[in-house]
Design a protein around this ligand. Structure first.
Ligand code: HSE
Length: 438
């Protein structure tokens, strides 16, 4: 059969990995695809010394790839929003299939890109956009196709998990571990995307759309990063039988869909609690299959290349299939059509349990007033620990609550922080049991 001809745009960490794995495993990939997948052209700004591009057409102009009549598939690995958007739209306009690892692009511009691709009858594949080498898009879109997905929760930013793991295990400083993650090619060009949860929110947006068949709605995702996690909270969580992980969580509720990224206490015995370093894992609850878990490298050159090349294999197999018989971009036909689409809930309307840490003056009645305030907001306390005084007259108080609405907790925290006997802000970290029955 005719080879599938690929144009790779971007030869950085992921582009270089893709080039090398495609070259190294060419025979194996050809046998799987039933036809060769050949690199027709590469476009890059800076040469990658890890790649031997001898004999391959190369250019510094990525748009030359999008218009090259000898290219069937454009692999977009330049990252970012605007230029990547123009490149992908140009490729589609020229009838090329597209494979991308760009989660920001898909989360923000995906609805428009898929419409344009649908109109042209071309494939846009994005397995590598979520959780690096883990085939979670394939699993959700195809393998779990029989299920009504109830919830999913995942560690979906390798850099953030790498930082949390090394800070906790080795007592290293945040900046030091971040610099190592950057040197290893895990971090985004702007690492605040990793640290502040934006990258995880991009990925969660994509997962939720595929899980529930709703349009991509990145602007409605709640995003909170890891910068405020303290050693004290890590220790307190440990004492209570929990570990703090930065999770992307999406749940189907009667009122709508939850879409939130934030640090979360999870019980130590959960499998997700034992996912460390750059590894990612996503737990998915389907009504028929029950709980499932997907684990692997969430970033890095060859793990991400693994996902990109899996997409190229899908393109090679489906290139001659009528567009209407291909798997829909977001797993469901007619996404966004109809009037009974579930809404994405405001953060105030989500329900979860909470860990609270506050500093109080050691005086009779303070604890009672805190407990009364929580009760008045309809919040039930599950556990309460008052530590020895460590800061003059102030004592740390740790509270765990049962599940309640975020709106009630916001109001309770506002009232507690206004008490004269409470010093500074209340630390609030959400708690999820990830119970298989929830
Ligand atoms: N910066 C991302 C991460 C890369 O650390 O997970 C993979 O998407």
């Amino acid at each position: 059969m005719k080879p599938v001809r690929v144009g790779i745009c971007g030869l950085g960490t992921v582009g270089g990995g893709t080039f090398n794995v495609l070259t190294r495993n060419a025979d194996e990939i050809t046998r799987r695809a039933g036809r060769p997948i050949v690199i027709e052209q590469v476009a890059y700004r800076t040469p990658n010394p890890a790649c031997d591009i001898t004999g391959i057409h190369s250019t510094q102009d990525i748009f030359a790839v999008a218009t090259n009549p000898s290219v069937d598939v454009v692999v977009e690995l330049i990252g970012g929003y605007e230029t990547a958007y123009e490149l992908v739209m140009a490729a589609i306009e020229n009838g090329k299939h597209v494979v991308t690892a760009n989660k920001a692009l898909i989360a923000v511009h995906g609805n428009e890109i898929f419409q344009a691709a649908h109109d042209k009858g071309v494939i846009v594949a994005f397995e590598a956009a979520v959780a690096g080498g883990i085939p979670i898009i394939k699993a959700l879109r195809e393998g779990l196709g029989a299920n009504r997905i109830e919830w999913l929760a995942g560690i979906i930013n390798g850099t953030g998990n790498f930082i949390l793991t090394h800070m906790r295990d080795e007592g290293r400083a945040f900046e030091d571990v971040l610099a190592e993650a950057q040197a290893l090619g895990y971090a985004e060009a702007d690492p605040t995307f990793d640290v502040e949860g934006i990258d995880a929110a991009h990925k969660l947006t994509i997962l939720a759309s595929i899980a529930y068949g709703v349009p991509l709605q990145f602007d409605k995702a709640y995003t909170e990063g890891i910068a405020k996690i303290t050693a004290e909270d890590v220790e307190q969580a440990d004492n209570l039988g929990y570990i703090i992980k930065h999770l992307g969580i999406s749940k189907r509720t009667e009122d709508g869909l939850e879409l939130r990224v934030h640090p979360t206490l999870i019980p130590k015995e959960r499998l997700l609690a034992n996912v460390h370093g750059v590894k990612n894992a996503i737990a998915v609850m389907g009504d028929a299959v029950g709980p499932t878990l997907y684990y692997g490298a969430g970033a890095g050159a060859e793990p991400t290349a693994s996902a990109i090349i899996a997409d190229l294999l899908d393109v090679a197999r489906n290139i001659n299939t009528d567009h209407h018989y291909r798997v829909p971009y977001l797993a469901f036909s007619g996404v966004g059509e109809g009037t009974d689409q579930p809404v994405i809930l405001n953060m105030e309307d989500i329900t979860t349990a909470y860990y609270l840490r506050l500093l109080a003056v050691d005086r009779p009645g303070v604890l009672a007033r805190v407990a009364t305030t929580l009760a008045e907001e309809g919040i039930s306390i599950e556990a309460l620990i008052q530590k020895d005084s460590t800061e003059g007259e102030l004592v740390p108080i740790i509270l765990m609550t049962h599940r309640t609405r975020e709106k009630n907790m916001n109001e309770a925290i506002r009232r507690i922080e206004a008490m004269v006997d409470i010093a500074g802000d209340v630390t609030r970290i959400r708690v999820e049991s990830l119970d298989e029955q929830e």
